[in-house]
Design a protein. Structure first.
Length: 371
C-alpha cells in the first residue's frame, strides 16, 4: 500500500509499505478524510512546537517513519480479536492521546490523567496512508448526520470542549476568544452552548471575523484596525472579560501571533479572571508573575480530551449545536495531495484557510477553495 513517510524534516515521500496486520484490540481502517493539524504542519517543517524533541529524536533514529494524521474520518475494513464496539463499515474518528494502561494513574482508574501513553500520529502511525491500524480504545463511531469532512474535525473539537470545560464558565460570563482559527471558532461555539453571555472574538483576518459573526460572536474585532484591549474594556463596562481563551499564539513564521496575544489576554481579563491557554508557543515566554499575583489572575491549561469529550463532540455536531462546515475552506483530492495540505495548513493566512486543509484520500472532486 501507499503511505506518506518522513525521511527528515521537510522531507515527506509517498512510499510503498506493507499493509498493517489487524492485531488484537485493533481495527484496520480506510482513511476517508484526513487533515494535518497546525502543530503537525509546523513540525513537518522542523519548527519547534509541541512534541518537537520527540519527533526530532524519532527522525534521527528511526527514519523513514509514518508520522501525523490523527485528525481523520475513516471506515473500518477489519476488526481484530477482542474488538467488540465496532463492525466493518462503521465510520470512526479518534482521540489522539491514549493511556499507557500500566502507570499508577491507569491502575487506579484515573487513566484520563495519564501522560505516558502513545499518541496516534506521533508514536503510532496515523492516517496519511491507504490503510491504517488503530486501537479500538481510541475510537468513536461517527453519526450518519456528520459528513466525512466534519468528522475529520472532531478530534480538534474534543480538545476545544476540554478547553471550555477547564474554564468552568458561569452563566452570563463575558468571554473573549483571541484567534478565530479552527479551535478559536470551536471554543466560541462551545462557550455559547455552555452559558457564556457576551461573546467577543478577535482576529487579524477579515474572513475569520466574518465566520465568527456567522457562528455566534456578539462582537468580532479585527486587531489590525484598532486597540483591541481598549475595545474589550469598553464592551465590558471597563471591567475586562471574565474569561479569555488565548488561541492565536505560536510561530510568526506561520502567521501566528507569537506571544503578543498572551500579553493582550493579561490586559483584557478582569482582576480575578481566567486565561485559558490553548496555543502552543514553541519556546519559553517571560511573564511578570507578580502582576498575575497582584490581580489574582488564573492562567490555566486544558486537560487532555477524553473518550467522553470525543463522544460529546459527536452529539454536538450531529445535533447542529456546533457547526463545522463553515470553517472548512480547502478540500483536496487524493492521497497525492497530502503535501499541499501541509503547505496550506502551515500558511493558512496566505491561502485564506480557516480549518486545516483536508484531503479526501480517494480521488473524488477537484480542490475546493471557499473564500
Amino acid at each position: 500500500m501507499k503511505a506518506w513517510r518522513f525521511h527528515g524534516f521537510n522531507d515527506m515521500r509517498l512510499d510503498d509499505v506493507p499493509v498493517p496486520i489487524c492485531a488484537p484490540g485493533q481495527v484496520l481502517v480506510e482513511p476517508l478524510c484526513v487533515q494535518p493539524s497546525v502543530t503537525e504542519a509546523q513540525l513537518a517543517l522542523g519548527i519547534p512546537t509541541l512534541a518537537f524533541d520527540r519527533v526530532k529524536r524519532r527522525l534521527e533514529t528511526e527514519a523513514p517513519i509514518q508520522l501525523f494524521g490523527h485528525e481523520f474520518c475513516a471506515r473500518i475494513l477489519e476488526i481484530g480479536p477482542g474488538v467488540s464496539r465496532f463492525q466493518p463499515g462503521d465510520r470512526v474518528a479518534a482521540r489522539a492521546k491514549l493511556p499507557c494502561t500500566v502507570c499508577p494513574l491507569c491502575r487506579s482508574e484515573r487513566s484520563d490523567l495519564c501522560r505516558k501513553g502513545p499518541v496516534i500520529g506521533f508514536d503510532l502511525p496515523g492516517c496519511f496512508a491507504e490503510i491504517a491500524s488503530l486501537p479500538e480504545i481510541a475510537l468513536v463511531k461517527v453519526d450518519d448526520r456528520i459528513s466525512d469532512s466534519e468528522a475529520a474535525c472532531l478530534q480538534s473539537l474534543s480538545d476545544s470542549v476540554a478547553a471550555v470545560e477547564t474554564a468552568r464558565l458561569r452563566m452570563g460570563d463575558a468571554v473573549v476568544i483571541l484567534g478565530q482559527g479552527s479551535m478559536g471558532l470551536e471554543c466560541l461555539q462551545i462557550a455559547r452552548q455552555s452559558g457564556a453571555g457576551l461573546l467577543i472574538t478577535v482576529d487579524v483576518r477579515q474572513e475569520s471575523c466574518q465566520v465568527s459573526r456567522q457562528l455566534g460572536a456578539d462582537h468580532a474585532l479585527n486587531a489590525r484596525t484598532g486597540d483591541i484591549v481598549s475595545a474589550i474594556r469598553d464592551l465590558t463596562g471597563g471591567n475586562g472579560a471574565d474569561v479569555v481563551f488565548e488561541c492565536a499564539g505560536g510561530s510568526p513564521k506561520q502567521g501566528l501571533a507569537g506571544s503578543q496575544t498572551l500579553f493582550q489576554a493579561l490586559d483584557a481579563v478582569r482582576s480575578g479572571g481566567k486565561i485559558i491557554g490553548v496555543s502552543w508557543f514553541g519556546g519559553p515566554i517571560q511573564l511578570e508573575i507578580d502582576l498575575l499575583r497582584e490581580r489574582s489572575l488564573r492562567y490555566m491549561f486544558p486537560d487532555i480530551s477524553t473518550q467522553a469529550h470525543l463522544e460529546h463532540t459527536v452529539r454536538l455536531v450531529a445535533s447542529g449545536r456546533v457547526r463545522l462546515a463553515p470553517t472548512i475552506t480547502h478540500i483536496l483530492n487524493g492521497i497525492e495531495s497530502v503535501p499541499r495540505a501541509f503547505e496550506i495548513t502551515a500558511n493558512k493566512a496566505a491561502h485564506k484557510a480557516i480549518n486545516p486543509a483536508q484531503v479526501m484520500m480517494r480521488p473524488r472532486a477537484a480542490e475546493l477553495s471557499v473564500p
